[in-house]
Design a protein around this ligand. Sequence first.
Ligand code: DGL
Length: 270
Amino acid sequence: MTVGVFDSGLGGLTVLEALVHRLPGAGFLYYGDNAHAPYGTRDAEDIHRLTRAGVERLWAEGCDLVVLACNTASAVALRRLQEEGVPAGRRVLGVFVPLIEALTERRWGDNSPPREVALKHVALFATPATVASRAFQRELAFRAIGVDVEAQPCGGLVDAIETGDPILAEALARSHVAALRRRMPRPEAAVLGCTHYALIEDTFRAALGPGVRILSQPALVAESLADYLARRPEFARGEARAGFLTTGDPAAVSDRAALLLGRPIAFRAA
Ligand code: DGL
């Protein structure tokens, strides 16, 4: 089995790392649309077009199952992709639902009516496009009542991470946390709703302080994919291949990825 892992750039590598750890026998082919990152400041039409191109490229590589390791694509493009029709035997999964299931204490497939959950005040940090889509609030409302969500669009942050500017990334993360706290002084939990932000989780943790639980999306997505494959064994068959594709400059992208993950990574042109 080779699962396709899609992101606008390098953020999805945080999900890939967790997937490889959780499913060591599987193959994963990563696709970073670095030439067009960030997605978070693009309009819905653009995000949909770019996401579709990436997903079709991964299907062409034999990845019947593709995980959108990108909240922006999951929030803005996934539903439309599914409505347009996914070819028989192929699937596209997003990263939003596993996060919301964890937040609302649900197991997969629990379609009971929305109910009260322990968390009442949740901070969402995400890209401007994800925040504008309100997909997080919509998915949450299907499952929980009485949860107050305060969303902070973190302009500039993906760019700072993609271009390898940790000082700017830290300053931006701190200022976005401070901006959110002015509207919600005491969140109980924080959702890092962009896969890039997992790369600077420590900065968010320091800025939020010890009383705020951070929901770690990579681990939740990996657990949920393992669960999905156990229920859908047809996707768990076939050859396990691994690799990294980028629409950007493979040498430059490989260098930045190696810096972020602390080990060599070789991207090739998509
Ligand atoms: N890592 C992406 C996400 O989870 C993409 C962000 C972007 O390209 O703006 O939202």
